[in-house]
Every structure is written in structure tokens, then in C-alpha cells.
Design a protein around this ligand. Structure first.
Ligand SMILES: [Zn+2]
Length: 303
């Protein structure tokens, strides 16, 4: 049993405590309060005083890509052009070995820890690399196995089979601290049919899901008008992309995530498409549809 004390303790679920203490027993927190009170309650416990500091829960980075840590700065020149950014990202990734990517992922996890991040939601094409990085750094997280480029319904069954193979290999490596989930990359790279398969699978297995949505104006144009730059790319490469219609694969995927208790955070463009309303209060949102609206959980207040 140890008592950790500091000028400030921030429980987050209640008001800050000045001259506060956190009592730990192994990996469990057994008490939080004023140092003076806690010291009386646990007279035999040793104390580590951090002085003029704040003790608070670790931060959560709910969207990281540890496997591309080494690309910092390498894509800055194409930041303004989403398509060019995607192409350059793939090219740089292909130029790196798996060992180089794994080392970078581990360093990324350590860098997060240094900044106070103790829990990651990490998305990876090479899921096992993020998972190993987090395990090696002793951090907590959910590693989401991401789909490959799989926009066509005709290959969906095979795409799903390959994805589940990777997911199961990843799940075999999971621990109490690092769990696994799936990430259909984005509406424009995942077929409607694959979305449905992933949604069904997640209902049965009850694992977390995440997705990239509404990242660019080009994507918004594709989903709302069925046109724009993506359509030109599909035509160029003869890709038979079928819109994941709202109420179809993509909509059901989102509804499944919500039913599984996940809080979906979408930008306003995506709100417009699926009628979800969890967002900062200042974000203007359209009127939600009744059935898909998740209820934000109230912040518990101490009594
Ligand atoms: Zn991302």
C-alpha cells in the first residue's frame, strides 16, 4: 500500500482536491482524498510526495496510428490535398520494413506515455504492430484491425474472410490491458456488403468498432451527391463502388456500434448523413432521426 500525494489531485469525476492523496494497493486505487484525512485512514502506508504537481487519470488518445509514427513531417507537403496525402502515405509505408515500423510504433507509444497518455485507441493495417508496441510499453488500449482497400461488393466475402483471419490472430495476442476491435477504414474504401458483415460479426462477438468518416470535402461530395474526385478515381481504376447507403451497410454499421454501447463521435457532415448527435454543444447538428440517436451518458457527480 502506498500513498501518493501532491499539491493537486484531479479525480475528474469530482472537484479538484488541494493537498490531495491517492492510495494505491498494487494496481488498484483504494482511496482518494485530502492528504491529512487519508494519512489518518492508512497510518501504516508509506508516502511518495510529488510536491507542486497534479495527480490525475491518464489521458486517452482515442484515435492513433502508432504504425505511422515515423512519418511525422514526411507528409506535411501534401497536407492540403487529401488524395495526394493518401498516395504518399502508402508510398512511404511501402518503403519501410516491418521491423522499422514496429520500432516506430513502440517509440510512439512511449512518447504518448511521456505526455500522459495511458490508453490508446490504435488503428492499424498491421494491427499486430500497434498491439506489440502498446504491450511492450506497458500501456492500455484497444487495437483496431483495419480493412484493406475493399470497396467492391463482388469481393466482399473474401475480403471479410481475410479480415477475420487477421482479427483472430490479433485477438489471440490480446491481454487484459490491450484488447482488440475492427475498423472498416472509411465509407469510400469499404463495400456496403463488407460493412454489413462486420456489423453482424460485431453483434455476435461484441467487440469495439471505429471508422474514419467525413474526413474530406471529397468524401462528403461522394456520399451526398455520388460525385467528385473519388468517382473519378474509381473510374480510372475500374472500381465498382456501390454507395453504402444510409440505412444500408454503413447505416447499420453505425447503428450496431451504438447498440453495442459505443459513443460515436462524428463531424457535422456525417451527422447530416446519419442523424447522430453526440458532439460538442457548439457544433450545429441537424435534427436527429429517432431510432439511431444514442443517449450521452451523464457525468456522475459525487455526493
Ligand atoms: Zn486515422
Amino acid at each position: 500500500m502506498r500513498i501518493l500525494t501532491a499539491k493537486h489531485v484531479l479525480p475528474i469525476t469530482s472537484d479538484p482536491i488541494e493537498d490531495g492523496a491517492v492510495v494505491i494497493d498494487g494496481s488498484n486505487i483504494v482511496a482518494v482524498g485530502k492528504t491529512a484525512d487519508v494519512s489518518k485512514q492508512f497510518p501504516d502506508a508509506g508516502t511518495d510526495d510529488f510536491g507542486d504537481a497534479a495527480i490525475l487519470p491518464g489521458f486517452v488518445n482515442c484515435h492513433s496510428h502508432l504504425e505511422i509514427t515515423a512519418m511525422r513531417g514526411a507528409l506535411d507537403d501534401v497536407e492540403h490535398d487529401f488524395m495526394a496525402w493518401l498516395i504518399k502515405l502508402s508510398r512511404v509505408r511501402e518503403s519501410m520494413s516491418d521491423d522499422e515500423i514496429a520500432e516506430a510504433a513502440y517509440i510512439g507509444a512511449l512518447e504518448g506515455a511521456q505526455a500522459g497518455v495511458t490508453c490508446f485507441g490504435d488503428i492499424g493495417r498491421l494491427g499486430h504492430i500497434g498491439l506489440s508496441g502498446l504491450k511492450r510499453a506497458g500501456l492500455r488500449g484497444v487495437v483496431f484491425q483495419e480493412t484493406e482497400f475493399s470497396p467492391e461488393n463482388r469481393t466482399a466475402d473474401n475480403d471479410f474472410k481475410k479480415l477475420i483471419g487477421k482479427f483472430e490472430r490479433l485477438a489471440a495476442e490480446s491481454t487484459d490491458l490491450v484488447r482488440v476491435g475492427l475498423s472498416p477504414h472509411a465509407p469510400y474504401t469499404v463495400s456496403s456488403r463488407l460493412f454489413e458483415s462486420i456489423a453482424q460479426f460485431s453483434i455476435i462477438e461484441r467487440f469495439p468498432l471505429t471508422i474514419h468518416a467525413a474526413e474530406s470535402l471529397a468524401e462528403q461530395e461522394l456520399l451526398t451527391d455520388g460525385g467528385g474526385e473519388f468517382v473519378r478515381v474509381y473510374e480510372k481504376y475500374s472500381v465498382d463502388w456501390e454507395s453504402p447507403a444510409i440505412g444500408g451497410g454503413f447505416g447499420r454499421f453505425v447503428a450496431t456500434a451504438v447498440r453495442n454501447g459505443q459513443s460515436c463521435v462524428f463531424s457535422s457532415a456525417e451527422h447530416a448523413a446519419v442523424g447522430l448527435v453526440i458532439a460538442p454543444p457548439s457544433t450545429p447538428t441537424p435534427t436527429p432521426s429517432s431510432s439511431l440517436t444514442p443517449r450521452p451518458r451523464p457525468t456522475p457527480r459525487p455526493r
